[in-house]
Design a protein around this ligand. Structure first.
Ligand code: HEC
Length: 115
């Protein structure tokens, strides 16, 4: 199907702690738990959205993710769900969750030309 071809193949890079820009390696388990408990229901553990209307986050630029989370937290960017979630995040959470999703490696395949 066309859309399944658009879906990026995903490779979780997170199994190698060293590739992840999370402040302390010890934080990794905590970050994984946060992702599972707070984000995965809508954005997926691997950053492929499971809720219609929630964005794919895997491989997104880290600085972009941080900025969006700060903007949801402050209310500059408005969305009923993300404003509530944003308010429960500390600066460290924002940095760590952004690093998590940004460090998931993706490959993309543009749509095939028409036959
Ligand atoms: C209940 C579902 C839900 C949960 C849980 C959730 N999100 Fe979201 N998220 C959304 C929706 C829906 C949007 C799109 C909002 C909009 O249109 O601005 C979104 C948008 C975002 C965006 C902006 C994406 C972009 O491309 O601009 C980021 C970043 C984000 N979420 C991160 C997170 C993180 C990190 C968590 C966990 C701490 C989380 N979200 C938990 C539903 C959710």
């Amino acid at each position: 199907m066309f859309f399944s071809k658009l879906r990026p193949a995903l490779f979780l890079a997170a199994f190698g702690v060293s590739s992840l820009n999370i402040a302390y390696a010890a934080d990794l388990e905590e970050v994984k738990n946060k992702v599972q408990m707070m984000c995965a229901n809508c954005h997926g553990y691997d950053g492929v959205a499971t809720l219609i209307g929630a964005a794919n986050l895997s491989g997104q630029q880290e600085s972009y993710l941080k900025q969006q989370l700060k903007d949801y937290r402050s209310g500059v960017r408005k969305n009923a769900m993300m404003n509530v979630i944003g308010q429960s995040l500390s600066d460290a959470d924002i940095n760590n969750l952004s690093a998590w999703y940004a460090n998931i490696k993706i490959t993309v395949e543009p749509p095939a030309p028409p036959q």
